[in-house]
Write a protein that binds this ligand. Structure first.
Ligand code: SF4
Ligand code: SF4
Length: 310
């Protein structure tokens, strides 16, 4: 644990997100293959034993020492969109095929003249909004399941995705983690569902309950976006981090910036004087290594990680 706290204090950490709902095991293997060749510090893994096994195996295949990385196990409160997948009602579908173009994860395709969604590829970003599409919970992982999985795999950080409007549910999940998990707790939330006032009140609640034990607040911007490499994609995440910094004045917690993060995030965060511990990148990190030759993928990944750590 001391080693983790030391790293958090070092700041400028790069956290790679495989995707909470990502059960495309081939993709997970490839992401690890590429990013194990960078200075990635933390790997955020989905709450799935097979995915965890693949991560560890691929690191070993690449002759990496697992102890050189920190791992964070993510799980989401019911109805948090990180935990959702899209579902098509074919009776309502007008076969306009717009959703196929909207999905950057190639999760939607045509099969036997019907539009279908591959649940394993869908990450629940909800960009494919349409009357024929609804969203369901992907996992039913409770806080206790997450604790068991983390303990079984010696994972020292659990991240609670709490982008919902029900503060009572968030407090309950946090309390269960806080009372039953010995490691570090990270809470990821944003202004999408909670007012700034409620976010600050909740964070205050977490800090008091932690009684000095380490806490990470992951300030989420436009979650699961990360298409573009510009300031406007990442500004929401940086300003969310600024909110926590301004109102809570570093009361024993570490800020990570996530959601729409890219190669410009660290520059913008530094210009804004944010004292963050790390930058979390998911969608953008995965996009820049897709559909390019292996050598370019490694170059792209290294450029991103180095810029985030700069
Ligand atoms: S699900 Fe909606 S967007 Fe997709 S093809 Fe059907 S009608 Fe069009
Ligand atoms: S757009 Fe997002 S939510 Fe819709 S199918 Fe693709 S990954 Fe899933």
């Amino acid at each position: 644990m001391e080693n983790i706290i030391y790293k958090l204090k070092e700041k400028n950490l790069f956290k790679l997100v495989l995707g909470l709902g990502n059960l495309d095991f081939k993709e997970i293997e490839y992401i690890i293959n590429i990013y194990s060749n960078t200075k990635t510090d933390i790997i955020d893994i989905p709450p799935n034993q097979k995915a965890i096994d693949i991560v560890f195996k691929e690191l070993k295949n690449n002759n990496k020492n697992i102890n050189d990385f920190l791992f964070s196990l993510s799980f989401a409160i019911e109805n948090d969109k990180h935990n959702s997948f899209a579902f098509i009602n074919n009776e309502k579908c007008k076969k306009c095929f717009k959703c196929i173009k909207q999905c950057h994860h190639k999760a939607i395709f045509i099969k036997d003249k019907n539009v279908v969604i591959d649940k394993t590829k869908c990450i629940g970003c909800q960009k494919c909004k349409c009357k024929a599409i609804s969203y369901k919970n992907k996992y039913s992982v409770s806080d206790f399941d997450a604790i068991n999985l983390a303990n079984k795999n010696n994972v020292k950080i659990i991240e609670l995705h709490a982008s919902i409007s029900k503060t009572k549910m968030i407090k309950q999940a946090f309390d269960n983690l806080n009372n039953n998990f010995d490691g570090i707790i990270s809470v990821c939330f944003s202004r999408e569902y909670l007012s700034e006032h409620k976010l600050i009140k909740l964070t205050d609640y977490f800090i008091k309950k932690r009684e000095g034990k380490p806490l990470i607040i992951q300030a989420d911007g436009f979650s699961m976006t990360g298409r573009e490499n510009d300031y406007s994609s990442t500004i929401n995440a940086v300003s969310c981090a600024q909110l926590f910094q301004k109102y809570l004045k570093f009361q024993n917690f570490y800020i990570f910036i996530s959601g729409g993060t890219n190669e410009m995030t660290s520059q913008l965060a530094k210009l804004s004087n944010i004292q963050y511990a790390g930058i979390t990148v998911g969608s953008y990190a995965r996009r820049i290594i897709k559909n390019v030759p292996y050598k370019i993928a490694i170059e792209n990944a290294n450029r991103l990680v180095n810029k985030c750590k700069h």
